[in-house]
Design a binder for this molecule. Sequence first.
Ligand SMILES: [Fe+2]
Ligand SMILES: [Fe+2]
Length: 189
Amino acid sequence: MFVQLRFQPAPAAPEDAFQLLLDCHGRIRDFSQLALRLARDVESPPRERSEAARRLERYFTEALPRHVADEDLSLAPRLLRAGLSPRGLEALHEMSRQHVDIERLLARLLPTWNALATAPELGPELAAELRQDSMRLAALLESHLLLEEQALLPEARSLLSPEDARAVRAEMRARRAPKAEPRGDEGGR
Ligand SMILES: [Fe+2]
Ligand SMILES: [Fe+2]
């Protein structure tokens, strides 16, 4: 049952940049599993398949790019300035290369999810491609998350100054802050 998938809310505390990144990894794994379930499912009602495809499209269009920006734009430059070990440096470069690979694969999957969301009856027609791409995505994401969790984040946690870690957290929050609606008398400012 795709639509009944419920995610655990992020813990209120303790909350630091590294915990927030790991919380994101949990959600990435949840959606990766949802993609696999959708690809393998042949029996759920069309409305459920459609909703699952829409949620996947939304998550990988909106949320994942924010996490990639957290790592490439907020974390990476501070780690480079702080002086990573050669192993950490290699992991950082590999992380960014993998972000590009994941983005390329998503460029194939997003239109398929969009098509399924709009017309779930296309399922049988899209099944082979969807299954192959979803399995590739799950494998790519899992090896990517493990690289970060094992070869990068532990060193990053001990290397970054508290000020830098707070700055990363502030930038992460700013990316997720609701955009303020312009008020009538401020609209043009
Ligand atoms: Fe990443
Ligand atoms: Fe990550």
